[in-house]
Ligand binder design. Structure first.
Ligand code: AMP
Ligand code: ZN
Length: 115
């Protein structure tokens, strides 16, 4: 399935729900988390609806590589100079609430709200 009409992050990709975008290309969208845990808190998502890391297939390797190498570049652009944290919650026990694969990237001076 490329998009899920009930998925909140697919709705952001489709422009049906607003988001504060930090980056976009043909494969990826990055936006600021609506409830940030840190001074900078972005979510990186594939535009393709992949429910979680548990659904990843070998053909997603390039997409995930592209997403990962984007993080340091965006953190720098967003003024994060002293390190950052990445989190990918997966499934119920992993604490995943939105079932469209997303990578959290957080940075900025501590203390943080969470994480
Ligand atoms: P997770 O527990 O990893 O599934 O986290 C989902 C994250 O998505 C949470 O940090 C939420 O604050 C964030 N979130 C949910 N809805 C939106 C939205 N409409 N715009 C931006 N971030 C959102
Ligand atoms: Zn989705």
């Amino acid at each position: 399935m490329s998009q899920d009409s009930h998925c909140i992050f697919c709705k952001i990709v489709a422009g049906q729900i607003p988001a504060k975008k930090a980056y976009e290309d043909e494969d990826l969208l990055v936006f600021h988390d609506i409830h940030p845990w840190a001074p900078v808190h972005i979510l990186l998502i594939p535009k393709l609806h992949i429910a979680s890391m548990a659904e990843l297939q070998p053909e997603h390797a390039a997409l995930m590589g592209k997403m990962t190498v984007l993080v340091p570049r965006l953190m720098k652009e967003l003024g994060v100079t002293n390190g950052f944290r990445m989190v990918v919650n997966t499934g119920s026990d992993g604490g995943q609430e939105v079932h469209h694969l997303h990578m959290h990237a957080m940075g900025g001076p501590r203390p943080w709200l969470k994480g």
